[in-house]
Ligand binder design. Structure first.
Ligand code: AMP
Length: 416
């Protein structure tokens, strides 16, 4: 594995997997170019060091070629941000001549990789009632064709850079399989490096105390993360809809709050495991409950294990936040994933906003703070604190799998 900062790109063609999967409006104008901006330092590095670029990405979830999901529509923004002319190849499998003709400093963008089923290696267009045998044969066929697909992409370049953290949890052609064609010439880009460094600061060798704040709606979707983190953290704060499954499991009254009745035993097992491991657990004990799932509903503040019938827990109340504050401000490393209330409704966003505020203060006081997962990232961004915490992760699914302790295929392929 090479290092992008020290690799000699002089006269070399670099094929770079980026995440240009940007949101667009009805006229296909980009509405948020964060992902393109994020890749620019990596792309500029190659050009400044005398290399040329072959950029590849996916956009959306096409089932085949589609003008709407063509990367052609984003070229204007890449050119503006990169400050260079971008050539385009409208079929990622037919770029040999264009790639071969690239001179140092020149840039070629390949059309959406997912126009080919081979990128993901999953068969398409199967009838709904297809038998297992047919499905198996179709999968084998696409996997076979995928080998040629990967080989063709690899043939365009001398070195490979993966800078698409958002898809690092997928073992796709361009995110993982291609790396084996560059045993001595593969590396992470700066986005990937930043993400890996930030997460390793939390999961690797953290400055303690280490606190995880986990929110969101369901225990079942966070169980992998909770179990993995219980082996690492000193404190765990649990908020959001997950709390009520714990409270009910402990014999509490939760009114009509969100609850997964099939996870009650699991909730008790988690609490037991935390105790065995010496992890201090802090659940929202005081909550704001509402008489309807509505921003304008009537509200009361009550203990989360004594919610009246007909009322549901919607947010962490000040009593809970006070307790969380003590834990957060005495921690040296903090990881936050998931809102502690129904933060999409302003009336129930106060708890989540308070957590964002506390993370900002903790960061000012010298703690390392990492925020990951769509909703918590949205919350810090909404508060204008995205640059007031130590690191905001760009990869939703990839980040969650990393937190579960899963080795991401896109990272493994570069390292091995
Ligand atoms: P997740 O996708 O599991 O990370 O959960 C995020 C969602 O959890 C957000 O849409 C929140 O509105 C929701 N959520 C947080 N707290 C609660 C709650 N007390 N009751 C219902 N939903 C909640």
């Amino acid at each position: 594995m090479q290092n992008i900062s020290t690799y000699d790109f002089t006269g070399k063609k670099a094929i770079v997997r980026v995440d240009f999967n940007v949101p667009q409006d009805a006229e296909l104008r980009i509405t948020d170019d964060t992902r393109i901006r994020a890749a620019i330092p990596t792309l500029k590095k190659v050009l400044e060091k005398g290399g040329s670029l072959i950029i590849m990405s996916h956009l959306g979830r096409p089932k085949g070629p589609s003008d709407k999901l063509s990367l052609r529509h984003i070229i204007y923004r890449v050119e503006e941000l990169l400050g260079a002319k971008v050539q385009f190849c409208d079929d990622c499998m037919k770029a040999s001549a264009q790639a071969a003709a690239l001179k140092p400093g020149e840039v070629l963008l390949l059309e959406n990789l997912r126009f080919y089923a081979e990128e993901e290696g999953k068969p398409r267009g199967l009838a709904e009632d297809a038998t297992d045998e047919v499905k198996k044969a179709a999968k084998a066929e696409v996997k076979e064709k995928q080998k040629e697909f990967v080989k063709t992409l690899a043939s365009y370049a001398d070195c490979y850079i993966n800078d698409a953290f958002g898809t690092a949890h997928r073992a796709h052609a361009s995110t993982a399989l291609i790396a084996k064609y560059f045993p001595e010439d593969k590396m992470f880009g700066y986005v990937m490096e930043g993400e890996i460094k930030a997460i390793d600061k939390v999961l690797g060798n953290p400055v303690r105390p280490l606190t995880a704040i986990l929110g969101g709606s369901k225990v079942s979707s966070k169980i992998g993360i909770i179990e993995h983190l219980l082996g690492l953290v000193d404190n765990m704060i649990i908020g959001g809809g997950m709390v009520y499954t714990f409270k009910k499991a402990q014999g509490g009254k939760i009114g009509t709050s969100l609850c997964e009745d099939d996870q009650l035993q699991l909730a008790l097992d988690i609490l037991k495991k935390a105790e065995e491991k010496g992890v201090k657990m802090y659940l929202s004990d005081e909550v704001v409950a509402a008489d309807a799932f509505d921003n304008n509903a009537n509200t009361i503040v009550c203990p989360s294990n004594a919610i009246p019938d007909g009322w549901e827990g919607m947010d962490a109340a000040p009593g809970s936040i006070e307790k969380f504050k003590e834990v957060i401000l005495s921690s040296k490393t903090i990881l936050w994933n998931g809102p502690v209330g129904v933060f999409e409704m302003p009336s129930f966003a106060k708890g989540t906003n308070a957590i964002a505020e506390l993370l900002k203060t903790a960061t000012e006081q010298g703690a390392f703070t990492l925020v990951g997962g769509g909703d918590s990232v949205a919350a810090v961004t909404q508060m204008g604190y995205a640059d007031k915490v130590s690191y905001v992760s760009t990869g939703g699914g990839a980040m969650l799998e990393y937190l579960e302790g899963i080795e991401l295929p896109g990272i493994k392929a570069i390292r091995e």
